[in-house]
Design a protein around this ligand. Structure first.
Ligand SMILES: Cc1cc2nc3c(=O)[nH]c(=O)nc-3n(C[C@H](O)[C@H](O)[C@H](O)COP(=O)(O)OP(=O)(O)OC[C@H]3O[C@@H](n4cnc5c(N)ncnc54)[C@H](O)[C@@H]3O)c2cc1C
Length: 456
C-alpha cells in the first residue's frame, strides 16, 4: 500500500488508532482457523462516519478491507488473505440503550456478547444467542456470522433476535436496515441478508436486537454414558419426549479427557459420552420436564444422572462445557473445529461416520456437539508442521462434508463458510443460488473489496 494512502487512512482515525508495526500486523493476520496473512494496516474506528470514510478511500483505491471483531471465528473469515486494511471494531464497544418497555437493546459492534447478556439480565431480560465464545466474541462478529450456541435449540440463532442494523457499505455510503419494532415487513429483509454475510457485504456499525423476559427458573442436568451411541440416541429420545431443553450438549470421551487434563473438574473419564442438559421455564412445569428427560436418559442406559441442586453446582456443570473448546485446543498445536449439522434423527449415524473417518486416516477427532439441534463439532487436532498429518486432516474434512449432506444435513450449522468451507459450497448450494449470491455481492460491493477471497 502506498505511503500517502496509509497517511490518509491514519488521518481518519488518528495515529493512536492505527498501526502498521510488523508485530501488530502479525496479531491481526490470523483468527481461530489455521491460515494467516498479514494486512498492510490495522485501523480501529470509533464512529460510523470513520468507518464510512475508510471505505470511501478503500473504494477509490480498490483496496481490500477485512472487518474484524475478536477474531474468534473458526473458518478463517477474518483472515485478510489479500492484505490491505483490517478494520477492527473492538473499540466501538458501547451499549447505547436497553429499552425494557420495548424489549430491545441498541449496541455498537464491539460490545462483547456476555456483557450484553449481563446488562440485560440485571433488568430481568435475556439475550438468548450465546456462542461458547461469548466471553470474548463481539456483537458485530456474532451478527456477521449469525452465531448460535447451546441455547439455539429452544431460542434460535442471532438472526432471530436481530431487528435493525447500521452498515457502512463498500463505497462508504451508510445503510440503515430494519428498525426498533418487533414487527417490520417493509421491503426485502436486508437485515437478515447482512446477518451471516461474514463481512462481505458491509461493515456493521450499530445493531438493534430483541430481548426476551428472563426465564423464571431453570434446571441443569448431566448424564454419563458408557456407550457413545446410547448417549447420542438419548438426544433423539429427549427431543421426541415432548419437552424442548434450552440446551442439550454432548461431549465424547476425548473431549472429557481434554477438559480433565486442563481443568480437573471431576468429570468421569471412564465414559464414552456425557450429555449436559438445561431446561428452563415456569417452575410449575419444570419438575415434570426434568422427569421426562430423566426417563429418556434411563431408557438409553445412562450410567449416572446428576441434577444440579443449586446455582453453584449448575455453574460447575456448565464450566465443563465452556472449558471444552479451549481444553481440546491445548491437546495438539493445531485444531480445526468442524461444524457439520444433520437432522437430529441422523445424529448417531453422523457420529459413527466421524469416528470411522478419523480412525481410517489415523487422525484424532473429538466430538463436541450442540446435539439437540444436530450441530456436530468434530474437533480435529493435529500438528500443521507435519505435512503428511495435515494432508490427512484435509482428507478427513473433505470426507465429512459429503457424509453430512447425504444424511440431509448442511456443511455449516453456525461457524460459517470463510476460507475453510468455500471449496465445498458447490456441494450444497445449487447453481441458481450461487448465481443469485454472486449477484447480491456485486450489487453491494461491485469492486469486490470487502473481505475478498472468502465464500463469494
Ligand atoms: C472456543 C470457541 C467457541 C466457539 N463457540 C461458538 C458457538 O458456540 N457458536 C458459534 O456460532 N460460534 C462459536 N465460535 C466461533 C466464533 O466465536 C463466532 O463465529 C463469533 O461470532 C465470532 O465473533 P468475533 O467477534 O470473534 O468475530 P471475528 O472472528 O472477528 O469475525 C467473524 C466474521 O465476522 C466479520 N465481522 C466481524 N465484525 C464485523 C462487523 N462489525 N461488520 C461486518 N463484519 C464483521 C469478519 O469479517 C468475519 O467474517 C466459537 C469460537 C471459539 C474459539
Amino acid at each position: 500500500m502506498l505511503d500517502e494512502i496509509k497517511k490518509e487512512l491514519v488521518q481518519i482515525v488518528g495515529p493512536d488508532r492505527a498501526t502498521d508495526l510488523p508485530e501488530h500486523l502479525v496479531t491481526y493476520s490470523y483468527d481461530a482457523y489455521t491460515e494467516e496473512q498479514r494486512p498492510d494496516i490495522v485501523l480501529f474506528p470509533i464512529t460510523t462516519q470513520e468507518v464510512s470514510a475508510i471505505m470511501k478511500v478503500a473504494h477509490r483505491e480498490a483496496i481490500s478491507v477485512t472487518p474484524r471483531g475478536a477474531g474468534t471465528n473458526l473458518a478463517g473469515e477474518s483472515v485478510p488473505i489479500r492484505g490491505g486494511i483490517v478494520v477492527c471494531l473492538t473499540k466501538m464497544d458501547r451499549i447505547l440503550s436497553i429499552d425494557a418497555e420495548s424489549l430491545t437493546a441498541t449496541v455498537e459492534p464491539g460490545v462483547i456478547n456476555l456483557d450484553l447478556q449481563r446488562e440485560a439480565e440485571k433488568r430481568g431480560m435475556m439475550y438468548p444467542p450465546d456462542p461458547a465464545s461469548w466471553a470474548v466474541a463481539t456483537m458485530g462478529g456474532t451478527v456477521a456470522t449469525n452465531a448460535g450456541g447451546p441455547r439455539t435449540l429452544k431460542y434460535g440463532v442471532t438472526k432471530d433476535y436481530l431487528l435493525g442494523l447500521t452498515v457502512a457499505l463498500a463505497d462508504g455510503s451508510i445503510l440503515r436496515t430494519g428498525g426498533r419494532t418487533l414487527k417490520n415487513v417493509t421491503g426485502y429483509n436486508l437485515t437478515t441478508l447482512i446477518c451471516g454475510s461474514e463481512g462481505t457485504l458491509g461493515i456493521i456499525t450499530e445493531i438493534v436486537v430483541r430481548l426476551i423476559p428472563k426465564s423464571p427458573a431453570s434446571r441443569t442436568m448431566r448424564a454419563d454414558f458408557k456407550r457413545l451411541e446410547d448417549c447420542s440416541d438419548a438426544v433423539a429420545a429427549i427431543m421426541a419426549g415432548g419437552s424442548v431443553p434450552a440446551a442439550l450438549e454432548l461431549m465424547d470421551r476425548f473431549v472429557v479427557k481434554a477438559v480433565e487434563k486442563s481443568f480437573n473438574l471431576g468429570l468421569p473419564t471412564d465414559v464414552e459420552g456425557i450429555l449436559l442438559i438445561q431446561l428452563d421455564g415456569a417452575p410449575e412445569t419444570l419438575d415434570r420436564e426434568v422427569r421426562q428427560v430423566e426417563n429418556a436418559l434411563i431408557d438409553k442406559n445412562a450410567k449416572n444422572i446428576i441434577i444440579a441442586k443449586d446455582s453453584a453446582e449448575t455453574e460447575r456443570l456448565w464450566l465443563a462445557r465452556r472449558a471444552a473448546g479451549p481444553a481440546v485446543m491445548r491437546m495438539r498445536p493445531n485444531i480445526i473445529t468442524e461444524d457439520v449439522t444433520v437432522p437430529v434423527s441422523q445424529l448417531t449415524a453422523m457420529i459413527r461416520k466421524v469416528t470411522e473417518i478419523g480412525e481410517r486416516h489415523g487422525i484424532q477427532v473429538g466430538i463436541l456437539a450442540h446435539a439437540g439441534d444436530g450441530n456436530l463439532h468434530p474437533c480435529i487436532v493435529f500438528d500443521k508442521r507435519d505435512e503428511d498429518e495435515y494432508k490427512r486432516v484435509q482428507t478427513v474434512c473433505e470426507e465429512l462434508i459429503p457424509e453430512a449432506l447425504a444424511l440431509g444435513g448442511t456443511l455449516s450449522g453456525e461457524h460459517g463458510i470463510g476460507i475453510a468451507k468455500a471449496p465445498f459450497l458447490r456441494l450444497e448450494m445449487d447453481p441458481v443460488a450461487l448465481q443469485i449470491t454472486q449477484g447480491i455481492k456485486n450489487c453491494f460491493d461491485p469492486k469486490g473489496i470487502l473481505n475478498p477471497g472468502k465464500f463469494v
